[in-house]
Design a protein around this ligand. Structure first.
Ligand code: PLP
Length: 419
């Protein structure tokens, strides 16, 4: 049966690439080596000129990594994907392939801290400026756009604020100005969010999170959804004759190749294995998150709860409209919640008294993890920036795992009593 006729859960396991091992190994092996041999000088030339599909050197392509790329491509319904060493590598490589010095990025002011630092500090040194706005505010978005703008960038759900980006609105504005709409789909994944249907052009992932299967390895991915006219982009001028493949070609043949931020075959093996159980894990984590958010909302020790799955959330209707990719399974806005206690001391006491929930800086692991964002991930930011981003001193972020939710609630309840 052609892969495009299979449903999501089946495509993860049986999509293109899965049938190809020469020894018929059911689990695709780790091709750990670096170099691949050729029969003749002619074969080598054909490989280097991309006349025949083949692998030459693992920094550029590798069979184990390619299987992971092919699986992600079909889950996102894209044109092609490139797997990288981390989510940050995916963001950096994608943007540097699309931009020249003097170009600007219009980005959400609510971003993962390292991404914000990349845009505001690192890129500035290369003459690439970012304007940070509320991307859900059409007027603010329009006002930020000028002749130097090339890209609009946001995350599907911001963290720790848990704001939902209005992707249909942003895509409408991006289309009007011929801007490339790039979205970080880490926390929703293609299981919850159909990026192509919402007008996104390029999807980025930290595959370290849900996709890896439980924080097994660090990884990232860039997926071109094949719906942007790359001849409009000056940074891709040399590749305009590659037509639909111009962006992927510049990455593979230049930016990704030269930066050397490839995914290792060992990580690709773990990530492909993790991806196979994505639906099961993400469903359980989202169900647990909703239950916990509803309990927290009723607890008098809690000042506020941010979770777009709550009917009281300002983002509930937007979340319902966007995060419902899986037919017949309703909607689910990810497994991360944030909430405010009375003050910083209460937040620290609560965190210190948890037994089951681990104190750790990651999200979308199988295990539930807790952090105080203001004193950790956002500690480099000024008080003014933190205030503007809603990263308050009494805020904690809980990434909900796939444990039995009653055990999680018992742990949370006892820690709240002691907070
Ligand atoms: N994007 C989001 C939304 C993240 O939460 C993170 C990391 O927490 C990243 C990107 C960076 O990913 P990585 O740690 O794999 O580089």
């Amino acid at each position: 049966m052609p892969a495009q006729n299979l449903r999501f859960d089946t495509r993860i396991l049986h999509g293109p690439g899965h049938e190809k091992d020469v020894h018929n190994s059911i689990r695709f092996p780790i091709y750990a080596g670096v170099a691949f041999g050729f029969e003749s000088a002619q074969d080598m030339e054909d490989a280097f000129l991309h006349r025949k599909p083949s692998h030459a050197y693992s920094r550029i392509t590798n069979p184990s990594v390619q299987l992971f790329e092919q699986t992600l491509t079909q889950l996102e319904n894209g044109l092609g994907a490139i797997a990288l060493s981390s989510g940050m590598a995916a963001i950096t490589n994608a943007l540097l392939a699309l931009l020249n010095t003097g170009d600007t990025i219009i980005a959400s002011k609510y971003l993962f801290g390292n991404t914000r630092s990349l845009l505001e500090e690192t890129f500035k040194g290369f003459g690439i400026q970012s304007k940070l706005v509320d991307v859900n505010n059409e007027k603010e978005l329009e006002n930020a756009i000028d002749e130097h703008s090339r890209v609009i960038f946001c995350e599907t759900i911001t963290n720790p604020q848990m704001n939902v980006s209005d992707c249909s609105l942003i895509s409408k504005v991006a289309k009007k100005h011929n801007l490339i709409f790039v979205v970080d789909n880490t926390v929703t994944t293609p299981y919850l969010f159909n990026a192509k249907e919402h007008g996104i052009n390029v999807v980025l992932h930290s595959t370290t999170k849900y996709i890896s299967g439980g924080a097994t390895s660090v990884g990232g991915a860039i997926v071109d959804l094949g719906n942007y006219d790359w001849t409009l982009i000056p940074a891709l001028k040399k590749y305009h004759n590659h037509t639909r493949f111009a962006f992927l070609s510049r990455l593979r043949k230049e930016v990704y190749r030269n930066f050397g931020s490839c995914m290792s075959p060992q990580a690709a093996y773990l990530q492909t294995l993790g991806l196979e159980t994505l639906s099961l894990r993400i469903s359980k984590s989202c169900d647990n998150a909703l239950f916990i958010a509803q309990c927290l909302e009723k607890n008098t020790k809690i000042k506020s709860v941010n979770y777009p799955g709550l009917e009281s959330s300002d983002f509930y209707h937007l979340a319902r409209a966007q995060f419902n990719n899986i037919e017949g399974k309703g909607f689910a806005p990810g497994g991360v919640i944030s909430f405010e206690l009375g003050n910083r001391d209460e937040a620290f006491n609560f965190i210190n008294h948890l037994h089951l929930v681990k104190r750790a800086t990651n999200i979308n692991d199988n295990k539930s993890l807790i952090i105080h964002p203001a004193s950790t991930i956002f500690s480099d930011f000024s008080s003014k920036d933190k205030k503007e981003m809603g990263v308050t001193d009494n805020l904690v972020r809980l990434s909900v795992g796939i444990e039995d939710v009653k055990d999680l609630m018992d742990d949370i309840d006892q820690a709240l009593v002691r907070a």
